[in-house]
Design a binder for this molecule. Structure first.
Ligand code: BGC
Length: 732
């Protein structure tokens, strides 16, 4: 009965706009009105079907590769879908910046054929630059961005990417990943901002502000919640963790992101504690809306509503799955190529399984985003501008700066690095030495990465050639498995540069059982080690790998967390000393696979003995910390101001990432041995000294008590910065 009433009301509503359009202009088309007023006006004019259409997102790559006009028109005009995405490989037929802009314009043109002319919001995985577009500057993946600990640059990169995305006529990036890395075997570790909740929250905030600041696009924090914690690191395995872990580790980045104005959230594909996130009213409504106060829009992950029925088996039919997810709090369903989902949703409303009030709530959130973005007033994208903006010079400079600050020098025995540009000869070898695809990783042009020829930039080999003196002999061995050639090359070389690493991958294709380099590469390193030649190993990888001590021998080791198209130049900058390395590990490097999981924040009764700890990274200069100062006592609820002096006592200018760690001496619950609560990147000339100031808020030293409440307990708080420390007593 109720359902029939709604259908009648829907029919009546069809008449309202006719009358309304008789007015000069319906309120929702008036840009001088607030998004709230416009949303309510539009909502009041919409039929149920039109509303349901808004809740559906279709993948361009699945409605006929690229540009099947008939199917596209059907999705937009007949079914009125509210959103289109380009999933991993959904690109236009003519895959150029202009091609993207024209495609986006064609999609908006189709929306003008609909009754209410509601623009489509177009989403794309611009996760390290506008990475699906050929010619775009590819920035480091998030793990590399985190390694810079440079919030200003992170924000600048995101702002630049937003310009590029908007220039091609798109409005929404499915970034940043706010999942906290727990186990590097997980194939999406490189997409995270590392293992530390504070770093993820801080760097994540900068990215969100950068993406959204111009108002041209919105960001999407993903994958809410606990997606990065699948059992044994295999993608989308069930995650099982305590309420404490949920609140101490996984939730804080989302909380920070929402406070920073995050406009949309994508849901975790997997299950948490026995309940798929897409079906979890607790996570999606009680916590996200009730506790965190999120008012933006929630989108499902790819086909994940369907999977509640087909994989998770928590819904007996496809329809029930839809009702379950939307009632739990999912506003928009990311479908593959089936706009017909609108029909199913309509039957759900008729059967009273999906209340119209819930539909209205979801559509309201979707429309609010569209109005806030000004989509109803947007002019078509200009293909010439798209061409000019994509891969522009400024973005290349920015990416090079980020890439060079993301490189982490892990070993430098005998100070082999930086190399002299005058070295007589250098042998360059390894699968990542003369191509860009391995420097860029997955989500580059295609889902599983690009072919070298599709990328613009200089390889490590080319960049090395550009650095060394005209007298230096640079030899490159392409087939590094040819032992004879390799040995011959080694005999003649003064120095060896081995550029190894992982093949590009994305999602579960990247899961690793052993974190090992391929067998061929292990042999390569062993042969090089046996030669006894001074060696620099550069590893381009999306995570820590376990490298055998013997293969490393006495080599210098520089870690490149997928630095992108400018990575070749950045690596050469550091190797030859034009840039002093300053990246710091945003993730622990285990010594053995059996130690996993081993984020530095995990409480353990066995010592934390990694190969390289969280926060580690060497420089070509030395820094000395002194005069750490903090009040002896503060009252509960007061901020704590801490200052420390840092001096460059070496001979080269350099950047230091100053890190402040906090430790509760005693508390009513167990706490980590240390937890990062502040960082600052400081540039220092030789001999220069600076004072760095931090302020800790009460929230930063609070603990989650046994009743699951954040409280600031009185007691001693240890503070350490750069190996020196002090204690502050918190009193009642
Ligand atoms: C991934 C998301 C991504 C979406 C759209 C999914 O498979 O999990 O991170 O945003 O595809 O491409």
């Amino acid at each position: 009965m109720k359902a029939r009433w709604f259908l009648m009301a829907g029919l009546l509503l069809l008449l309202v706009p006719a009358i309304a359009f008789g007015e000069d202009k319906p309120a929702y088309l008036d840009p001088t009105l607030s998004p709230e007023v416009r949303t309510e006006d539009l909502l009041s004019r919409m039929t149920l079907r039109e509303k349901l259409g808004q809740m559906v997102q279709i993948d361009l790559g699945q409605i006929g590769k690229g540009f099947n006009e008939v199917l596209l028109e059907r999705a937009i005009v007949e079914y009125g879908v509210g959103s289109i995405l380009s999933g991993g490989s959904g690109s236009p037929m003519i895959n150029t910046p202009e091609g993207w802009a024209k495609m986006a314009n064609e999609i908006q043109r189709l929306t003008s054929e609909t009754r209410l002319k509601i623009p489509v919001i177009y989403g794309v995985d611009a996760v390290h630059g506008h990475n699906a577009v050929p010619g775009a500057t590819i920035y480091p993946h998030n793990l590399g961005i985190a390694a810079t600990f440079n919030q200003e640059l992170a924000q600048a990169y995101a702002a630049e990417t937003a310009e590029e995305v908007a220039a091609t006529g798109l409005h929404w990036t499915f970034a940043p990943v706010l999942d906290v890395a727990r186990d590097p075997r997980w194939g999406r570790t490189h997409e995270t901002l590392g293992e530390d909740p504070y770093t993820v929250a801080e760097m994540g905030k900068s990215l969100i502000i950068g993406f959204q600041s111009s108002g041209k696009i919105i960001a999407c924090g993903k994958h809410y919640l606990g997606y990065s914690a699948p059992n044994n690191g295999m993608d989308r395995n069930p995650a099982d963790f305590s309420e404490r872990t949920l609140r101490e580790i996984h939730l804080p980045p989302y909380q920070a992101a929402i406070q920073a104005g995050l406009c949309s959230i994508m849901v975790n594909s997997g299950e948490v504690n026995g309940e798929p996130a897409h079906a979890s009213k607790y996570l999606l409504t009680d916590v996200l809306r009730g506790e965190l106060g999120f008012t933006g829009l929630t989108v499902s992950d790819y086909e994940d509503i369907r999977k509640l029925w087909s994989i998770h088996k928590v819904a007996p039919t496809r329809n029930d799955a839809l009702a379950l997810a939307h009632n739990a709090g999912v506003d928009m369903s990311m479908e593959a190529g089936r706009p017909e989902i609108v029909d199913l949703m309509e039957s759900l409303v008729e059967e009273d399984k999906l209340p119209v009030s819930r539909v209205d709530e979801a559509v309201r959130r979707i429309l609010m985003v569209k109005f806030r973005l000004g989509l109803f007033e947007r002019q078509p994208a200009d293909p010439a501008v798209a061409k000019r903006v994509i891969g522009n010079e400024q973005s290349r400079r920015l990416a090079r700066q980020l890439a060079s600050q993301s490189l982490v020098l892990l070993r430098n025995p005998d100070k082999l690095l930086p190399l002299s540009k005058q070295i007589p000869s250098i042998l360059v070898v390894g699968p990542a030495a003369n191509g860009l695809s391995r420097l860029c990783g997955g989500w580059t042009i295609g889902w599983q990465g690009a072919r070298d020829q599709q990328l613009t930039g200089r390889t490590v080999l080319e960049a090395v050639k550009g650095k060394v003196s005209p007298e230096t002999k640079v030899t490159y061995i392409e087939d590094f498995t040819d032992e004879d050639q390799l040995k011959e090359g080694l005999d003649e070389a003064a120095v060896v540069l081995a550029v190894v690493g992982e093949k590009p991958y994305a999602e579960w294709y990247g899961d690793s059982q052993d974190l090992a380099l391929s067998y061929d590469q292990q042999r390569l390193l062993k042969t090089i080690a046996d030669s006894g030649k001074p060696t620099v190993i550069v590893a381009a990888a999306g995570r820590p790998l376990i490298i055998d001590e013997q293969q490393m021998n006495m080599a210098a080791l520089l870690w490149a967390f997928l630095p992108g198209t400018e990575g070749g130049e950045a690596i050469a900058d550091v190797i030859f000393g034009d840039v002093n390395p300053s990246g710091r590990l945003p993730i622990t490097f285990p010594a053995r696979i059996g130690q996993l999981p081993m984020p530095y924040t995990v409480k353990r009764t066995v010592p934390y003995e990694p190969l390289f700890p969280f926060g580690y990274g060497l420089s070509y200069t030395q820094f000395k910390y002194s005069a750490i100062q903090a009040p002896e006592r503060v009252k509960v609820g007061e901020n704590i101001t801490i200052t420390v002096k840092i001096k460059n006592i070496g001979k080269r200018a350099g950047d230091e990432v100053v890190m402040l760690f906090v430790r509760r001496e005693y508390a009513s619950v167990t706490t980590p041995l240390r937890s990062l609560q502040g960082f600052a990147r400081v540039s220092l000339a030789p001999g220069e000294e600076k004072t760095v100031k931090f302020q800790l808020t009460p929230a930063q030293i609070s603990i989650l008590n046994p009743r699951m409440k954040w409280v600031e307990e009185p007691g001693d708080v240890g503070i350490s910065i750069g190996g020196i420390g002090t204690t502050v007593t918190i009193t009642e």
